[in-house]
Design a protein. Structure first.
Length: 204
């Protein structure tokens, strides 16, 4: 199946069914802290093209910096923000980015411009991340959860992303999507690699 068609159809269906939930989240954010409901930031996408990413605001307006590390007990995070970050529901507005073709449902997370500029200079294979796949809502790092990401750091995350870039296929995307649902439902991440580097074969 064509990845772009699959992304568009699934994102549209999820967005339609999520409208009531997203309206509730928007009201919750608005009545609990001053500031915009949607957080916007310039990210680098497919083939280096920049775009505006959308997220529900989870921090006090004016706090936070591009690619800033936010710990679970960070005082800058709002009351609804803690729940949204824990359940990853802050990412729901990015379904619009998927519909616009700026992102895919599955792929490496898009990075801020400043981070990309530094990484291209320091990591020789970083361009593979930009030129081979669209950035995604979820990926191999995300199904392990934020705790795993904070513990293992950016280098381990890159290893997972480059594995996906080299082995991505429809069956792997389906696997990641199903594991994402499980991770969100349990509010937890995986504790071990779901498959070995050579242990996964595409069946579609």
């Amino acid at each position: 199946m064509n990845k772009r068609i699959f992304d568009f159809v699934c994102a549209l269906i999820i967005l339609i069914f999520s409208v009531p939930l997203m309206l509730f989240i928007a009201i919750w954010i608005k009545v609990t802290s001053p500031g915009p409901i949607i957080f916007r930031q310039i990210r680098v996408g497919y083939r280096g093209k920049q775009f505006v990413i959308f997220k529900f605001r989870t921090m006090k307006d004016g706090s936070g910096y591009p690619f800033d590390i936010v710990l679970p007990d960070d005082s800058r995070v709002t009351v609804p923000g803690r729940f949204l970050r824990e359940t990853h529901m802050d990412e729901l507005p990015q379904l619009i980015n998927v519909l616009l073709g700026q992102m895919s449902l599955v792929g490496p997370r898009p990075h801020p411009v400043e981070f990309v500029e530094k990484s291209i200079k320091k990591i020789s294979v970083y361009s593979l991340r930009l030129n081979n796949v669209r950035p995604g809502l979820t990926g191999l790092e995300q199904i392990r959860g934020r705790t795993w990401s904070l513990k293992h750091g950016i280098r381990s995350a890159f290893r997972l992303e480059f594995f996906y870039i080299n082995h991505h296929c429809f069956s792997l995307d389906l696997y990641i999507l199903f594991r994402t649902i499980k991770t969100v439902w349990e509010r937890n991440g995986l504790t071990a690699c779901p498959f070995g580097v050579c242990g996964f074969s595409c069946i579609f």
